[in-house]
Design a protein around this ligand. Structure first.
Ligand code: GLU
Length: 660
């Protein structure tokens, strides 16, 4: 299956066959008897066999460790019925327990998000937003759920750059740290919508794992400790943040120290009992609005804060939106993801649609090992050129389509195979194009381009025992969001994903801010299907996604190409060197990867040298992806799931079987 589309004799096909054999062998060694497997479900592999996550025993992946650049030697996790991959072992554990108890992928997503908001508060939570792509296995349908934050109804197009119409000076202390960056949160409403449609377990039960951890405490992990230390001075502006994240001497709480969050436990109890309404109205909503409206910083860091204009009515009127998926056929697969207000699926789809015009399988990585091997010069060249073209369109045309329509016939035009072939024809084999021009469409209005977006996000991939799947990318935008802490969770700074400038020399910017508009995102939660012979959706093959700001598009493209062209397994595709380009002359090669020699700015690395010879300005800056992938395939008519977690973060895959 993984290599079916490669014709025999191609180098890639041989490699894939070898991988496939290795996979089969590992399954026969792993299988054990059914009782054994049941006993070990939701346990993580360890030197002594397996270990319960959160037990504190040796080998427990939840034991706090300093955050490392790149974890060496992670093997894929194998399973038969269900699997969950998240960026944090405790969150993965919570999701796996829900699945073990017969919960659906939607149920597990709720439980996972509640734990992530506690143990990885810098990346996502109740105060942020999420995009969810869901596959209903019985109905064979894909739906996307938009829980993106909205701008307040009082936001003018100058909201992020001017204090007011009469005071055209910048918000204080800056847009991100002022109330202006904070959008009306969407995560709680969208999870409620998902659960209402696809939940199997009672809503209230899904809050128990997070509540227990919040009440009894958990040990601060490496990435959370780093995030607190890095944000200390900004957290000082908020007394609640000081009380939670800093100690009595105002020092950042340290790695491994136990932290309790009773305020969060109380918030969860209210939402568990009262549903999302308990968040969007009443005491919680009042506290959120009061925090956004605050105009003076805390005593530990005095100074003015420009208030945001969010009202209780904005909270009350927030709605999650169900939207059709954006899909493109790539080789023998159908790749489906999140359309506007995210640019994710359009940009990933354009990248793939352009690359379909090239035989990518011969340009795969060499010396493939657990870490994915070393990408080839031509492979990186073609992918990054395709991405330049895709980002050029994204930057100019894609925004919240409820406010600004896409050009021509919308998604159909942007993903049209003839159009993408014409874009592919702009790629030369011997020279980088540097910067791409957007495609010429009769746009509704002349449009300037915007390239906003930041960091601080998490991705969750889930498959349940009935074959349903969730790909959820969830965010508070930058690490620690706006640094404002309310009732145990951080508020987002998502509105900085808008263009602060409403126009440039060529015209108004599609992604300018406006009342109740949703900022354009790059988040790309993705489901990949192996198409059926009759061209229909076929069978689920992959669930994936990543944090990483605008580079998410590159991380997800890499992972899908890893599956479809290069026969990589779930772990190899996540581990593989990150590479790609936005629409600039710079091509990024993730220098944190063991296969890249980042010394002297890459001057000694064959891949970097080869790309520079083609005119790429190469950066070997470390790239902090957080890919979480599940591959699904069949062996002798039985389903197999294989999970991969990005070695660049603390993620973990767990399922009903056990990895070797
Ligand atoms: N806020 C960004 C977006 O929606 C994501 C930020 C990140 O991944 O760190 O695209």
């Amino acid at each position: 299956m993984l290599s079916q589309h490669h014709s025999p004799g191609e180098p890639m096909a041989r490699r894939s066959t070898a991988l496939w054999l290795a996979l089969l062998l590992s399954f026969s060694a792993w299988a054990g008897n059914d009782e054994d497997i049941a006993r070990r479900s939701c346990e993580a592999p360890s030197d002594t066999g397996s270990v319960v996550v959160g037990s504190g025993l040796p080998g427990d992946p939840a034991l706090p460790e300093p955050s490392s650049g790149y974890r060496i030697g992670i093997v894929p996790v194998l399973s038969k019925q269900y699997m969950v991959v998240t960026a944090n072992p405790l969150a993965t554990q919570a999701g796996c327990e829900v699945l073990r108890a017969g919960g659906s992928a939607a149920d597990a997503a709720v439980a996972v998000q509640m734990v992530l908001g506690l143990v990885e508060p810098q990346s996502s939570g109740l105060g942020g937003g999420a995009f969810i792509v869901h596959y209903d296995a019985a109905a064979k349908t894909v739906q996307t759920y938009d829980g993106r934050e909205t701008a307040p109804s009082g936001a003018t197009e100058d909201y992020l750059r001017f204090i007011s119409a009469t005071d055209p000076s910048a918000p204080l202390p800056d847009a991100r740290r002022s109330g202006r960056s904070i959008g009306t949160p969407g995560a709680v409403r969208v999870l409620e919508m998902l659960h209402r449609e696809h939940g199997a377990k009672p809503w209230a039960d899904l809050f128990d794992p997070a509540r227990r951890l919040a009440i009894h405490g958990f040990a601060i992990g490496g990435r959370m400790a780093d995030a607190i230390a890095g944000a200390r001075n900004d957290l000082l502006r908020d007394q609640d943040a000081v009380a939670y994240f800093l100690d009595a001497e105002l020092k950042p709480r340290a790695l491994g120290s136990t932290i309790l969050n009773p305020a969060y436990a109380d918030t969860l109890a209210r939402i568990a009992a009262g549903g999302a309404d308990a968040f969007y109205s009443g005491a919680i909503a009042q506290d959120i609005v009061a925090e956004i409206s605050r105009d003076a910083a805390a005593p530990d860091a005095p100074g003015p804060l420009t208030p945001g204009l969010t009202t209780l009515a904005d909270m009350d009127r927030y709605r999650a939106v169900k939207r059709g998926p954006v899909c493109i056929d790539y080789r023998t697969y159908r790749v489906c993801g999140m359309g506007p207000p995210s640019s994710g699926a359009i940009a990933v789809g354009q990248t793939l649609g352009i690359l379909e015009n090239f035989g990518m399988d011969v340009f795969g990585p060499s010396a493939i090992d657990l870490h994915g091997g070393k990408p080839s010069v031509m492979g990186v060249h073609l992918v990054s050129e395709a991405q330049r073209l895709a980002y050029a369109d994204r930057n100019k045309y894609v925004a919240d389509t409820d406010f600004v329509p896409l050009p021509a016939n919308g998604v159909a035009s942007l993903l049209d195979k003839n159009y993408l072939r014409s874009r592919a024809n702009l790629i030369r084999f011997d020279r980088s194009m540097g910067v791409a021009q957007p495609g010429a469409f009769p746009a509704a209005e002349p449009q300037g381009a915007s390239v906003q977006e930041g960091k601080g996000t998490s991705h969750v991939s889930i498959v349940d025992a009935r074959g349903n799947a969730v790909a959820m990318t969830t965010t508070i935008e930058s690490g620690m969001g706006s640094f404002r802490f309310v009732r145990g969770f951080l508020l987002n700074n998502e509105l900085t994903d808008f263009s602060a400038q409403p126009a440039d020399a060529t015209g108004p910017i599609a992604n300018r801010i406006g009342p109740l508009k949703r900022p354009r995102s790059s988040m790309a939660p993705t489901l990949v299907f192996k198409r059926a012979d009759n061209g229909s959706l076929g069978t689920l093959a992959m669930v994936t996604g990543s944090p990483g700001g605008a580079a998410i598009i590159q991380f997800v493209s890499k992972t899908v190409i890893g599956l479809a062209d290069w026969g990589l397994d779930a772990q190899q595709a996540a581990a593989l060197v990150n590479f790609g380009a936005g629409n600039s002359t710079t091509t990024g090669i993730g220098g944190e990867h063991p296969a890249i020699d980042a010394s002297d700015a890459g001057a000694n690395d064959a891949l970097v040298i080869g790309l520079r010879a083609l005119g790429h300005a190469v950066s070997v800056r470390a790239q902090s992806s957080g890919i979480a992938t599940i591959l699904r395939f069949e062996v002798d008519g039985e389903t197999r799931l294989q999970g991969g977690a990005d070695p660049r973060r603390e993620g973990l895959a767990l399922g009903d079987g056990l990895a070797r």
